[in-house]
Design a protein around this ligand. Sequence first.
Ligand code: FAD
Length: 459
Amino acid sequence: MLRSPGHAPQPIVSRHVAVIGAGAAGLVTARELSREGHSVVVFERGDQVGGTWVYTPNVESDPIGLEPTRTTVHSSLYDSLRTNIPREAMGFRDYPFVPKDDPDRDPRRFPGHREVLMYLQDFTREFRIDELVRFETEVVRVRLVEEEKWKIKSKQRSGKEMGLELDEIFDAVVVCNGHFTEPRVAYIPGINEWPGKQMHSHNYRDPEPFRDKVVVLIGNSVSAFDISWEVAGVAKEIHIAARTVIDGTFGKQPAYDNMWRHPMIKDVCEDGSVNFLDGSIVIADIILHCTGYKYHFPFLETNGIVTVDDNRVGPLYKHIFPPALAPQLSFVGLPWKAIPFPMFELQSKWIGGVLSNRFTLPSQQERMGDVEAFYSSLETFGTPKRYTHCLGDNLVEYNNWLASQCGCPAFEDWRMQMFLVTIKSKLAHLESYREEWEAQHLVLQAYENFIKHTSEQVS
Ligand code: FAD
């Protein structure tokens, strides 16, 4: 809430804040906190900004991502990946993601991943965020050391000082470490005896390893769709197993001569067979898990105040502040089924204003009450715990709530409509939805909004 006359005015303060990660969330957080007058250090273990959008052909040493000592890779992007949200809707609210008049750039409405990285690099240059980032510096420990102070231990990952650890004290920490790196895999009875290979989509880069193979792909997400039709181009057979499938779509897929859809896997056996719940059986070479990711904060020590339980990070007030540690500890970017970049922007604006005392949080008791009410509403609707941070139908409400706390204009209707049109078109034309865009009126509204916004900033 904006500070109201009823609250005793707190002096506006500038704090020394650590931001962990220089992906889209960390970059916009650094900008918002700096704008608010805080002094910011961004810790980034990679050698450049962009996080997820820094594509690498490298994969981890354990293709399924379960071995704790495996060599890890941050990004889960595959080579052919294009955005699944139209660029106008995807970009930050005050730094539109519009095509550049440059032959080296990708002007498409759903551009390839390299264009997103270049957009984030533009954003970094425009707001001089790289001056705040310590590259190749991994945060290995974050803990509360005294009343309202946090100690961060970081480790150099390269150069003359490689391995050097440094302890520093900060007033606040904003965690922006991303949540598409630590694979989640489906439990499959009999898997230890099954002779085939397994891979998680985190380590999928291109379809070549699947050439002439019989593949079972588990999952129903956007990545699962993209990967399944790419793999179908080279595999002998691809069998897709999913928990939820629209009725009538099981069996052989009409547009393909080598793709089948099944319900979930019942179990697998030593002879290489994969048995599905509907009784169908295939002898497969490889199981590809497109089953999502886990929230993972290996550096965070909160004496059990914040935990990850069945993919619920909690307790968190509005998916951001642990009630008992607010506002000194916060998280940007946890909600999914969202439009990430503009949401990161609103979340970090709110954090910045709360840290400076320009915005007031309710009391700790009220924050905890809000979290408990939220959890019990999930229970009432039978929503599994692992869906705690799924915004889905609450996307507009959540963003508008944040916007109202920050005194910002409401979430743009054209943005939401573009998102919804995309979902509809995706369901109807999975392979071609990125090539067709009929809702031209929404694009016009977006550009009107961008022009209005830009002229307001200039005047
Ligand atoms: P990340 O981009 O993951 O950045 C986190 C950063 O933190 C990384 O740079 C990492 O190196 C750093 N880091 C982690 N731990 C530490 C540590 N201990 N110390 C220091 N640094 C650390 N979103 C869209 O809007 N449109 C799309 O089309 C889209 N497609 C996607 C496709 C795939 C396959 C995936 C996986 C995600 C997609 N997303 C998409 C979501 C995407 O992840 C978000 O848009 C966004 O990039 C996430 O930003 P982030 O900053 O939260 O995390």
